[in-house]
Design a protein around this ligand. Sequence first.
Ligand code: NAD
Length: 260
Amino acid sequence: MFERFLTGKTAIITGSNSGIGLGVAHRLAKAGADVVLNSFTDSEGDHQLARDMAAEHGVSVRYIKADMSKGDECRALIEKAGACDILVNNAGIQHVAAIPDFPTEKWDAIIAINLSSAFHTTAAALPMMRKAGWGRVINIASAHGLTASPFKSAYVAAKHGILGLSKVTGLETAREPITCNAICPGYVLTPLVESQIPDTMKKYDMGRDEVIEKILLERQPSKEFATTDQLGDTAVFLCSDAAAQITGTSISVDGGWTAL
Ligand code: NAD
């Protein structure tokens, strides 16, 4: 639908050596954008991902290590990239525990990585977008930005927070050719979700398929996972001219979860 219309633009996707971030990076590269991949590791595999993506889509792809739990590294990522037309704030972690048992260091890490990192990268990227005269900020939130579940206090707080940040960013850039929106996925079968399956199997004494159907997809009326390609294409749409007046809001890709 949007063949190569992002040629000449640079997209930075935080937390993109896996899962949704990697899927979004692929779709932006397919639409012609040069890509900066990121995570907190610096392995041969990370750099190989960048080489493979460049070869597949015929664009420039760099991998830049930066730990999104640290504000100065978030800002340094944008500075090192040297250009930022499209910023996708995607890095995220999860921890599940009741509030009295929730470790403080997990709370701090989730708020830092899932919420504060987007403040720091956006602060560093907006001046570059203003200079270039165009920009897109896309925050990967969650259905948990709009609804809550027990035992996910930090995650739900961070995701509600990032919807607020998306609104403020949209308002502060409303008179410019820059937009900011959040995408709210329901469940997507990525390593983050895979890692929750073994404990849930034990907790409910269920097999894998039963956990997926009865626990994970319980609130997703479509009874299907959203895919990383669908989220990537939603990000590509938000970069298009068709989305130029969509700002300060969120798009749910959740199989009907938040309609319940
Ligand atoms: P994932 O675990 O596959 O990917 C998370 C990414 O974040 C990885 O690339 C990881 O390396 C990176 N990351 C983690 N800590 C980091 C740090 N300190 N610095 C830099 N990078 C870091 O998970 P995912 O499911 O692809 O999640 C991506 C985003 O989508 C998260 O924000 C998550 O909350 C959100 N999300 C996921 C789902 C789902 O069902 N998978 C649903 C809604 C929202």
